[in-house]
Design a protein around this ligand. Structure first.
Ligand code: F6R
Length: 223
């Protein structure tokens, strides 16, 4: 990702939240601090945002990104885009997001984490490969997995989100997926070795011309 920004300072980055990218954001911020890379002209689009919690809530993905990445780098905050999970008109919000990505020239590199159920963004199993940015209901496993950010209280985890669709993700010119830990091993196996099926949303990446997958040994243990 750093190479892409160095080669093209105006690069458009697709970003993710969650535990997985934190170390990567740490490295990028570090290099930015040392003057080795600048984000001053980059534009970013995040994959998803919870519905029904205020933007100011520390668990909103806007807050997460500001806290864990944007405030640590020289980015112009007006070039950072996160879906508005409280939009009065959800369809208009999603359509405007797709248009903003197109107007920016499309995404040069999309960063992805992997759900234990093989979701990408919040595209849960069963999501259409043709899907665009829209509202999705979260499945029980995702709510359980994300409860750790909400004091382990499942009842506090939002049950729906806005997310870029699978087709929106596949439009990115390149993709970097990261997966770490034993709890991702089965999803990694299904993504890489299984059939391309809606039941395993990440399996569609087998058809992307420029997708790279980075794993630790635990996540790769079933391959
Ligand atoms: C986050 C996102 C999700 C996460 C996935 C893995 O913006 O879109 O798909 O990447 O749920 O989450 P972690 O990294 O917390 O295991």
């Amino acid at each position: 990702m750093a190479d892409i920004v160095k080669a093209n300072p105006r690069a458009v980055l697709g970003l993710a939240t969650g535990s997985t990218p934190l170390e990567l954001y740490g490295f990028l911020a570090d290099w930015n601090g040392k003057g080795e890379i600048s984000f001053a002209q980059t534009t970013t689009f995040n994959l998803d945002e919870y519905m029904g919690i205020p933007v100011s809530d520390r668990n909103s993905y806007r807050s997460f990104m500001n806290e864990n990445f944007f405030r640590k780098i020289d980015i112009d905050i007006s070039r950072t885009h996160v879906l508005n999970g409280n939009a009065a008109d959800v369809e208009a919000e999603c359509a405007a997001y797709e248009k903003a990505i197109r107007d920016a020239g499309g995404i040069d590199v999309q960063l992805l984490g992997l759900g234990a159920d093989a979701h990408i963004g919040f595209n849960e199993p069963g999501s259409s490969f043709e899907s665009r940015t829209r509202r999705k209901e979260l499945l029980a496993q995702t709510i359980n997995d994300n409860a750790r950010f909400f004091g382990n209280d499942k009842s506090k985890v939002p049950t729906s989100a806005l997310t870029m669709g699978i087709a929106s993700i596949m439009d990115a010119r390149s993709i970097v997926l990261l997966a770490f830990g034993q709890h991702k091993a089965k999803a990694v196996f299904d993504m890489v070795k299984g059939p391309v099926t809606r039941d395993v949303p990440a399996s569609i990446l087998q058809r992307h011309p420029n997708a790279r997958i980075y794993l630790d040994e635990a996540a790769a243990s079933m391959l």
